[in-house]
Every structure is written in C-alpha cells, then in structure tokens.
Write a protein that binds this ligand. Structure first.
Ligand code: 13P
Length: 316
C-alpha cells in the first residue's frame, strides 16, 4: 500500500469523523520519520512539502522522496504540494508525480483566486491528482507564506460555496482563527476558533472536505524541553488538542502540522547535544531528533486526528 491521491482518504475520514494529518517535511530524515510514525499507528497520511522545503530538499531529488514512500510505507500516503503559490509550480509538481497539490491564490482577489485555482484543477484532474484551494487569510508566518495579522479574515460561507462550485476543487482550506507557526495567540489571549463559521460552511457544503492549516497544538512539554536545553520559545501557544478533535467531527478532513514536528526535532536535538557533548558523530544527534518527529506524529494520530488503525479500512 502506498501512493494515492486524497479523494478516498477524505471520503473515509468524513464518514468516520476523523482527520488525515498532513505532515510537513523538510528533508529525507523527516520524511522517513513521518512514514515510520504512520506505519506504527497504521494511519493513512499526507506528506506535505512547501516550495521552501522543496528547494531545501532539491527539486531534482523528488524521485528519491517518491521511492522512499513506495519502499517504506505500509499505509496509504499522498504526496502533497503545500501552499503552491503559482499555477506553474502546481503543474510542475503534478508532472513530478505529486498526487495532490494546493494552489494558494488566496492573497489575490476572489475572481483571480477562482481563475488560478480552476486552471490548476483542470490540469491536475487530467492526471488523477487532487487539488486543495484556499479562501480567506490564515495568519502567521511559515516559509514563504506571510500574511499580516491585520489582513487576517475569516472565510465567508457563501463565498466558500461559490468557490467550490466554480473551481471544482477537491478540498478547501478555510480561515476560522488558526495561524501558521508556534505563536498562534498573543500572550494571555484565550485560544479561540470560529466553530460557528465552520458549522455554517459545512451545512452549506455537506460532505465536502474542509482543511485546517496552522493547526499545530504546540505541546507544552515539547516547548518546555526545548526551553530547558537553551531554547527560547517562551510565548509559544498552539490550538488546544480538544478543539482540533472537535473540528475533526465537524467536517474537517485534513489537519496540517508543521510546527509541532519542528519543535519536537529541535527540542530533542538540543537535549542530545547537551547530554552527549563529546559526541560529534552527527547521525547520533540527528537520529534522536528524527525519533522525536516519529513520536510527535504518533501523538497527533492518537490525540488529535483519530486516524489510528484507519489504514485497515483501505484493505477492503
Ligand atoms: P503549523 O505551523 O500550525 O504547524 O501549520 C502548518 C501548516 O498549516 C502548513 O501548511
């Protein structure tokens, strides 16, 4: 079992009231660590790569990424372009063998967002590749995604319907108060998501896969470990796990997680460097840090996504 696009995954997730995790990777160690976590929990999943991470890995090495997924995954996995900022990049990733792409034209006006998204859908569907679009602005900073807070705007339910109908996308990323990065709420601010907007959208678009970006929970124990070993992420705050779990029962079929994996990796790396100051064989340190990514993936599956053992559904 390995490569698939997202359509069957999302259908099963919506029916079973759980979500598929889209785990961002930055290199091949991260990739293998995520696959291991998915295998260990028998969970379907999505490997998400931003253009920044694609450049870091090297676009010429995407064949290695695909080959690792094919060789090592025991569960259904989609290879997804995260925040594709241009039609050209999305088409290029379809040609490279991604099974899912996101066209993020949300910074353009509504009509231009529709135009670009539709063009990607028409191309991708010919190649059996599924497409995610975005409507509304998700605040925060991640790689080359930078949306100023003041432009942060929630997704309008009526526009969501029109957008889905006119573009023929397979899933829609909405803005209901999540934010990219590890500082999602100001210090002292109570975490809040606009579940009323989510409910309105899903009542107008029943059984349509909704996506939450910026959905790391930024676990306190992980941040504390990082801070204990010389880090400085004092004001980090994520989306509480129980809010995310609730969202998975309300039509959210995909949850994007990047920061939690990066925090877990960095905390474990700092600890390893501290605990074994004489060790300069970096595979020891990197090995421990990537093990922490696997543990973080397993935790998301158990605590947030509810996708444990759901790979078994694909065998029927
Ligand atoms: P986090 O920064 O909350 O992990 O969000 C990741 C994301 O949405 C990637 O597209």
């Amino acid at each position: 079992m390995s490569f698939t696009n997202t359509s069957t995954m999302f259908k099963k997730a919506l029916k079973g009231k759980y979500a598929i995790g889209a785990f961002n990777i930055d290199d091949l160690n991260g990739l293998r660590a995520v696959i291991k976590g998915l295998n260990n929990k028998q969970s379907p999943g999505i490997i998400a790569i931003t253009s920044g991470s694609l450049n870091f890995i090297g676009i010429d090495y995407i064949e290695e990424v695909k080959s690792i997924i094919e060789k090592e995954s025991l569960v259904p996995i989609a290879l997804h372009l995260d925040h594709g900022k241009s039609v050209e990049l999305c088409k290029q990733c379809v040609d490279l063998g991604f099974t899912s792409v996101m066209i993020d034209a949300s910074s353009h006006d509504f009509e231009e967002n529709i135009r670009q998204t539709k063009e990607v859908v028409e191309y991708a569907h010919k190649h059996n590749v599924t497409v995610e679009g975005e409507l509304g602005a998700i605040a925060g900073i991640e790689d080359d995604v930078n949306v100023e807070d003041k432009y942060g705007q929630f997704t309008h339910p009526d526009q969501a319907v029109e957008f889905v109908e006119k573009t023929n996308i397979d899933s829609l990323a909405i803005a209901i108060g999540t934010a990219h990065g590890a500082y999602k709420f100001k210090e002292g601010q109570k975490p809040q998501l606009r579940f009323d907007i989510l409910d309105e959208i899903t009542s107008l678009l029943p059984d349509f896969p909704i996506v939450l970006h910026g959905a790391s929970s930024v676990p306190k124990d992980s941040v504390d470990l990082l801070n204990q070993y010389g880090g400085n992420m004092k004001a980090a705050q994520g989306i509480p796990e129980e809010m995310l779990r609730l969202a998975t029962t309300k039509g959210v079929a995909k949850i994007n997680i990047a920061s939690d994996l990066r925090i877990a990796f960095t905390a474990a790396l700092r600890k390893s460097l501290h605990d074994e100051p004489a060790v300069f064989d970096y595979k020891i340190h990197i090995g421990k840090a990537t093990e922490a990514i696997t543990a973080a993936v397993e935790r998301e599956i158990e605590q947030v996504l509810g996708s444990k053992d759901r790979a078994l559904d694909f065998k029927n």
